[in-house]
Design a binder for this molecule. Sequence first.
Ligand code: DX5
Ligand code: ZN
Length: 212
Amino acid sequence: MIEIAPSVLAAHPLYVARDVGRLLDAGITLLHLDIMDGHFVPNISFGPAMVNALHQQYPDICLDVHLMLSRPASLLDAFIKAGASEITLHSEAEGDLRALLQTVRAAGLRAGLSIKPATAVDTVLPYLDVLDLVLIMSVEPGFGGQKLMADTLSKMGQLRQAGFQGALSVDGGVKQDNAGIVKRAGATRLVMGTAAFTAPDPRAFLAAVRQA
Ligand code: DX5
Ligand code: ZN
């Protein structure tokens, strides 16, 4: 069954517990946390303290942490200690990606790599042996509420042709009315920010996305 990962970036910053709680009550067991440094992307979101607060409040929820950081090495340990279940780096980031991904796995977390719309799948291929997940950005990272860039979806078929058998996640502009297209393009996980947090009836929304 398709995984749905609401992006906490889209929760109201003053009412995160209320907004996240509504989705968890509707059956969500996975949350996506967009970490932004204001350098890799032109926005700043939240850090390890938010991850830890969510982990303390919801210890059984899987925390899918997406590091949009230019230098992920500087905060990797902090996010591991904060309670992340998975950590996804960007192939465009600085540092020894293989070593960083191995550090994530050695800590017992699942490791992922993400590519921006303009980045080719080739940049991920050298790391497939240390990846549990590839995150396809279907918008230019930095902000929620953008329109999905459909030409990014073909990257998932390329990854399967290259032999990748792990999770394929799509992040950016995924909504109820395009979820079917994204799933048929090969996604096993849908990151949904605006669509998930603005759904008037979260349970009906999740059922509709799963049936799309
Ligand atoms: C961009 C963010 C968004 C977010 C999803 O950097 O990563 O893609 O997760 O936002 P929506 O679902 O509102 O496009
Ligand atoms: Zn994300």
